[in-house]
Design a protein. Structure first.
Lengths: 129, 231
């Protein structure tokens, strides 16, 4: 019973949030539609649990609960994959930006004014071996 | 005369970079040397130490924020590409490389034997801690399984490239896993590849800064993620 109350509260609050957002933006975007479908779906499953059985049969799993778990896990994995993908792109773009700026502002180290023209104490080497 | 760019990525290396720069070879036969230090967003005054070196062969590139080893090496190679350098050598800032090994890595590039050369610490791993040897072999094997090119030291920081390699290698990884990405790029761009033995100088400092086995797990995970997202 507890999970039902929780699911109903979650669905109602979320649907109210979707409605409020629509009122504010006056735009019915794909994102809003997706949330509407997800939260309406939660409400439907709570009130009509048998509705998932047909879906479970179609998926080839034993119960509606299994079907929902399968769908939830798959969707979450896809979302994680997408977020990681985006994150990697953002990181790469950031590096490109930082790199371009670093190269544009490249600075030669000023030579030390001393009697010794070359400050490096390193040896002189022959290249090809 | 050919131009050699020595790329040194540095992140919070103020303690040792002055010494590392001072020990670089003054001259190598047949090449003019330019040293490119990429300060990768250090907060300990690494850039100040580099500036104070007074060596006008050094070009200082500063990352406004830390982008990781791969990001810094990519910047150094992009600079080498921009100025049309004939050779580029990557060199760690922590003092773990012997300066004379620069010529050892450069040799096969100058003679046209190879387009890319990896300085391998594991061809004669004298002085290398046992756990490092095991960790490195593990990463070598993993790099081979992912990218199909065998090397005895996939995580070496001392590598050399000729102009063909500088122009064709494109780095996309920002962190430590870039070492394996070099191997992938060598394979992808079908560069002629050679390994030469180099000596590693281990100090308490370089052991603490370098790749620990725990980092190895991060590298493996990032490489897997890379394969999953990129290929």
């Amino acid at each position: 019973m507890g999970i039902r109350i929780f699911a109903i509260v979650l669905a109602v609050v979320s649907l109210a949030w979707v409605a409020q957002r629509f009122r504010r933006t006056r735009r019915f975007t794909i994102e809003l539609m997706a949330w509407l479908v997800v939260f309406s779906g939660i409400g439907l499953v709570v009130f009509v649990p048998r509705a998932t059985d047909r879906f479970a049969f179609w998926l080839g799993v034993s119960s509606g609960f299994n079907a929902l778990t399968f769908i939830a896990v798959t969707t979450l994995l896809l979302l994680v994959f997408r977020i990681l993908s985006r994150l990697q792109k953002v990181e790469r773009d950031l590096t490109r930006l930082i790199r371009a700026y670093a190269i544009d502002t490249a600075a030669q180290v000023p030579a030390r004014l001393s009697e010794n023209p070359k400050p490096s104490a390193g040896p002189e080497l022959s290249g090809e071996k | 005369m050919s131009q050699l760019v020595i790329v040194i990525p540095a992140y919070n290396e103020a303690r040792v970079i002055g010494d590392t720069l001072a020990r670089l070879p003054r001259a190598i036969a047949g090449v003019s040397i330019q040293v490119v230090v990429v300060d990768d967003g250090s907060s300990d005054g690494t850039s100040d130490v580099v500036r104070a070196s007074g060596d006008d062969r050094i070009i200082l590139l500063r990352h406004a924020i830390n982008r990781g080893l791969g990001g810094a090496l990519g910047t150094g190679l992009a600079y080498a590409r921009k100025i049309g350098a004939d050779f580029a050598i990557t060199y760690d800032a922590d003092g773990q490389h012997a300066p004379e090994d620069i010529a050892v890595v450069l040799g096969p590039l100058q003679s046209g034997q190879a387009d890319a050369v990896i300085g391998s610490r594991l061809l004669s791993p004298k002085g290398m801690p046992g756990y490092r040897i095991v960790g490195n072999w593990g990463l070598n094997l993993f790099t081979y399984l992912l990218f199909g090119l065998w090397t005895t030291d996939s995580q070496s920081g001392l590598r050399g490239f000729n102009r063909k390699a500088i122009d064709s290698i494109r780095l996309r990884m920002d962190r430590m896993e870039v070492s394996s990405e070099f191997i992938k790029e060598i394979r992808r761009t079908r560069l002629r590849f050679l390994e030469v033995p180099i000596r590693a100088i281990y100090s308490e400092y370089s052991l603490a800064k370098g790749q620990r086995n725990r980092n190895g797990i991060n590298i493996v995970l990032r490489l897997l993620l890379y394969r999953l997202l990129e290929d």
